[in-house]
Design a protein. Structure first.
Length: 391
């Protein structure tokens, strides 16, 4: 390289300029030599070209980045000493379209421009080019200097990170799909178990309560004759059994709405809303499309369970005095909404994973292509839970 330095002729007054341009006067060869030595001490590649693009100097780091040593002041090695150049998208770049060539042609600086250098052996490195023209008196273009910073390692790290992120994203998507399917399987299994339990409560407990009620009625006749003083207590037992029958029917209906299977969603939902209002003491109104259409298997159950969960939330948390449940089956979609005049739900809470009730509603509806939206009511007080799904 020292012999090379002795034979290199720098353009007169080789001084770098950025913005604004600096004009220079002629200098001695000793100043040119100091400039070259400055470039040699850089830890990055650097080289200079004259105004015609002939390479007049390059430091060892530039030769290492190129994978070769170009010929100085030779027309076959103009603008860049690399074997081949490529853009970041992989398309080839001619040397006369490199950043050094553009800096000379446009008489302006190109800073932090990414480009790929290919060695003669095929190996590629990615660099950032910083090409700056320099000028003499009267804006005369003398040449340009290009500083090359190797960013191959950081590019490989970025690519590895992107690949890792892609792998993680793929795993997350796969795991999410697994969890979604597991959740839906658990919901289906739960419905099956609820159906079995409802049948057992209806058949076995219903039979026992019926027998108990009949025997208490017969016992009442004897109590009136043998122990009239026990008549009041006997009447209380009769009332207790009647309350047990009412509770048993309500529990069976909540486990598996018999009306849903027999008469469809419209009838079942109206009956449930009325019973819910009596049980909670909250004024409840059902606005349901007449002759509500029959839905796909279990789609009606998904909407019914959504209404159940929404009304349970109202009873537990909303501090509401009025609830309206609307069900519309006209058109290609079924729309159901539950509106209350309670204290409302904080924004975004229904989307949290910890909001299990809302998550369950959302999963039930998604299985049938439906959607769930929770938002304030138009009046600004209370909450509206809206569920939609294709018919």
């Amino acid at each position: 390289m020292s012999e090379q330095l002795e034979t290199v002729a720098m353009p007169e007054t080789a001084v770098l300029t950025g913005q604004p341009r600096l004009h220079v006067a002629s200098s001695e060869d000793q100043g040119d030599l100091r400039f070259r030595r400055l470039l040699e001490r850089l830890s990055v590649g650097a080289y200079t070209c004259d105004a015609e693009g002939l390479i007049t100097y390059f430091n060892p780091q530039a030769a290492e980045l190129w994978g070769r040593s170009p010929r100085l002041n030779h027309p076959d090695d103009r603008f860049c000493g690399s074997f081949k150049l490529f853009a970041v998208d992989g398309s080839p770049i001619r040397h006369d379209q490199s950043w050094m060539a553009l800096a000379l042609r446009d008489r302006r600086e190109y800073d932090n421009q990414e480009i790929i250098i290919q060695h003669p052996d095929g190996r590629r490195v990615t660099v950032l080019a910083h090409a700056s023209p320099f000028f003499g008196e009267s804006e005369k273009l003398l040449g340009a200097v290009n500083v090359l910073v190797d960013i191959s390692a950081s590019k490989r790290a970025d690519e590895a990170l992107r690949a890792a992120n892609g792998k993680v994203a793929h795993q997350v998507i796969g795991r999410t799909a697994e969890l979604t399917e597991l959740t839906r399987h658990l919901m289906r299994t739960t419905e099956v178990e609820k159906t079995k339990l409802a049948a057992e409560l209806h058949d076995e407990m219903g039979s026992l309560l019926t027998v108990l009620s009949m025997r208490l009625n017969r016992l009442g006749e004897r109590v009136a004759e043998v122990a009239p003083g026990l008549a009041d207590e006997h009447a209380q037992l009769i009332d207790l059994v009647r309350n047990m029958v009412v509770s048993q029917r309500r529990i069976v209906a909540s486990l598996r709405p018999v009306l849903l299977d027999s008469f469809g969603l419209g009838v079942a939902l109206r009956h449930y809303v009325e019973d819910w209002g009596r049980h909670t003491g909250i004024q409840a109104e059902a606005d349901i499309t007449p002759a509500f259409p029959t839905l796909r298997a279990n789609a009606g159950l998904a909407l019914f369970r959504t209404a159940q969960e929404a009304l349970t939330n109202v009873a537990r948390h909303a501090n509401a005095s009025f609830v309206r449940v609307s069900l519309n089956g006209e058109g290609k979609r079924v729309t159901m909404s539950i509106e209350d005049d309670g204290i409302g739900v904080p924004p975004g809470v229904w989307l949290l994973a910890s909001s299990h009730g809302f998550s369950g509603m959302r999963e039930r509806l998604m299985e049938f292509g439906g959607q769930l939206v929770v938002e304030p009511t138009p009046g600004g007080r209370g909450t509206r839970v809206s569920a939609t799904m294709p018919r």
